[in-house]
Design a protein around this ligand. Structure first.
Ligand code: NDP
Length: 305
């Protein structure tokens, strides 16, 4: 174990977050961020406890979140390290509904889609880290919210726990017919996490002045799969639709506000959530690959210590 130098802390990680963006970092191709360096610690969000501090802003015992990477301990100058000040909330929630995925949902809903009461919102990967929060925030705004998720169990969780009005299983043989039935008058806001067929079908059902928040495309392209085709841009013009892609790390200044609001919802029981936990760092690669295949149910985490 390295010792903390002046101005540094040592953090013991309790949980590591596994997120789809990590797959992109494993490609050399140009993206919004630098690729993962091969001889460096794999990038990753972590929560844990300061076990030694020679930093004025942190004391031993402080709970913190940060980008500690795939390792049990990290030495940090404090940059990017955030104190967790809500002792009543399970610490790992700060990697899920109150962490980067939740903040992305908060931004997509509040800054891009801004659903009005009575509007129809679809959310793909509806029960995942991002989708579960996006759906609940849209519901709080008074929208009619339709989830798209993989399998009956996830769909049941979406309606019974997360409060979706309906959830459509994208694995069903008659998925398109079910989606059409769920969207008889089309869709005003698309919170997109997946791409591929679900997105293509939602685009065909856009209403006038609709909005699409392009948060992720996990089904198309992260792992070398086929890109999502957009057959004809004319629908975007005809429906006067606005599509906005976003990367949440461009909006770090909003994190404190987002985390505060989400933590309030969490504490007063308005934000339901679930998680899939792999045990131990050695289980992380398999859990990561599983998440990219939709095997996770809720936020995918790795319990470290
Ligand atoms: P999730 O917990 O939602 O896990 C990924 C989910 O994608 C799977 O569980 C699966 O859910 C769904 N999925 C649907 N189709 C496929 C497919 N063909 N292959 C694999 N998975 C599929 O992950 P996150 O909540 O962490 O992330 C959701 C999306 O948001 C991702 O695209 C991610 O990259 C993006 N993201 C973007 C951010 C940004 O700043 N723009 C920030 C954070 C995340 P199901 O079985 O229900 O379909």
């Amino acid at each position: 174990m390295a010792e903390a130098a002046e101005g540094e802390v040592i953090v013991r990680h309790h949980y590591l977050s596994l997120d789809p963006y990590m797959r992109g970092r494993m490609n050399a191709a140009k993206s919004y961020a630098e690729p993962q360096r091969l001889d460096a610690i794999m990038i990753g969000g972590t929560v844990g406890e300061v076990v030694a501090s020679r930093h004025a802003a942190f004391a031993a015992g402080d709970k913190v979140s940060g980008m500690g990477g795939w390792q049990l301990y990290a030495r940090s100058t404090g940059q990017g390290l955030r104190k967790i000040t809500r002792p009543n909330i399970p610490i790992q929630a700060f990697l899920g509904p109150l962490g980067m995925p939740g903040i992305a949902a908060w931004y997509g809903i509040n800054a891009i889609l801004v659903p009005k009461a009575g509007e129809v919102v679809t959310v793909s990967a509806a029960t995942g880290g991002v989708g579960s929060v996006a759906g609940q925030l849209a519901k709080m705004a008074g929208a009619r919210v339709i989830g798209i998720a993989g399998g009956e169990a996830k769909c049941r969780f979406a309606t019974e726990v997360l409060g979706y009005d309906l959830c459509v299983d994208h694995g069903a043989a008659d998925f398109e017919a079910r989606l059409s039935a769920a969207l008889p008058d089309g869709v005003d806001c698309v919170f997109e996490n997946v791409g591929a067929q679900p997105l293509a079908l939602c685009i065909e059902r856009l209403r006038d002045f609709s909005r699409i928040a392009l948060c992720g495309l996990v089904a198309s392209g992260y792992d070398g799969a086929t890109p999502t085709p957009l057959r004809d841009l004319k629908v975007i013009l005809d429906r006067r639709c606005r599509i906005e892609g976003f990367v949440i790390t461009d909006h770090r200044a909003l994190y404190p506000q987002a985390i505060d609001e989400l933590a309030d919802y969490f504490e007063d029981g308005r934000l339901g959530w679930t998680e899939t936990i792999a045990e131990g760092l050695e289980a992380a690669p398999e859990a990561f690959i599983g998440m990219l295949q939709g095997k996770n149910f809720g936020k995918q985490l790795v319990k470290l210590i």
